[in-house]
Ligand binder design. Sequence first.
Ligand SMILES: C[S@@+](CC[C@H](N)C(=O)[O-])C[C@H]1O[C@@H](n2cnc3c(N)ncnc32)[C@H](O)[C@@H]1O
Length: 384
Amino acid sequence: MHLEVEVERILPGGMGLAHAGGKTVFVSLAAPGDRLRVRVEREQGNVLFASIEEIVVPSPLRIEPPCPYFGRCGGCDFQQLPYEAQLTTKAEIIRDCLHRIARLDSVPDFAVTPSPDNWRYRMRATWQIDREQQRIGYYERGSRRVCDVADCAVLRPALQEKLEQVRATPWERIPRDLKHLDVVQGENVVSFAPAFDKFQTNELSLTVRGEVYEFNAETFFQINPSLLGPLIDFALADAAGESVLDLYCGVGLFTLPLARRFKRVVAVEANPAAARFARRNLQRAELANARVITATVTDWFRNDRVGPVDFVLLDPPRAGAESAVIKGILDLHPAAISYVSCDPATLARDLKKLVAGGYSIDSIAAFDLFPQTHHVETVVHLRQ
Ligand SMILES: C[S@@+](CC[C@H](N)C(=O)[O-])C[C@H]1O[C@@H](n2cnc3c(N)ncnc32)[C@H](O)[C@@H]1O
């Protein structure tokens, strides 16, 4: 089915919103104000999911996406917007989630801090490998087919070089069962998981605000290092006191600076490799006042008891915090909460529960860790 629609705005998730014949239409890779002829790919209830067939009248914002893989590659979905428009769109997405999902009447003013580099910024990636088709790259948009990518314009130059080296490796030297490869770049070296041929799971380090973090490709680390200082500064703000919880702590990005300000830190992380690095990073920094627990946060709340907690910082994955985690936090009655999120929709869902539990939103900041995509990092401070 084909339709002609006008894109009203960009929704959380990055799709353009339009309406046609009483139905809601979600259009991928759209710009607000585009007049488009679209092809309906699938229908779900009252919602039609569509792709662009022809740009009838381009949005005044629209630019030519510079990357030759754009549209096919599932990685970037905002290259049709100039960088300034990407930032304003992300601010609107966050505001939209806070109004419509969290049901907040008033939302404090905030800005989205731009990334100093909006191309060649990624220090971490996952490359998909299709041995049969001899393709290495990223999943195609909306599919599990691999888009063969020779040059990825958002990879840091050292990672791009490694992509070329992996692609130049003869197929007989690539393990038959290797379906995807995690890569991360540190200050000196690149780490691969799993290791194969000459590509090793090296340990690497990165210094942020004077703290040294060691990790490897098996652990989570933020993909864009250039805004991590400001992210940590805002997430911690003026927090200090006796006791703090750092939930979903990874290799300790927030745990180390928290351990400098609080007497006691309990940090919880499910990935054993990340928890081990967090302990090692604390030890290296001679911070003996923080304990890292290897557990899911839900299990930890179920099984452990902590004394009074002044401050909770949580930085869950895209799915947000489990209901039991929000309940666990509310039961502790911390004076302040800092919620660091990479998904405004799940953030808003969780904020609704925290606000219903007696907290109010003090301030918000957002950081564009993911230029050329609809993703954005948001930090919200709550007080009792
Ligand atoms: C968005 S990352 C944040 C990590 C860290 N705060 C940082 O900024 O580097 C989320 C982390 O939560 C961990 N994780 C995922 N699900 C979890 C769970 N249910 N309980 C505890 N940790 C979990 C992941 O392994 C990952 O390290």
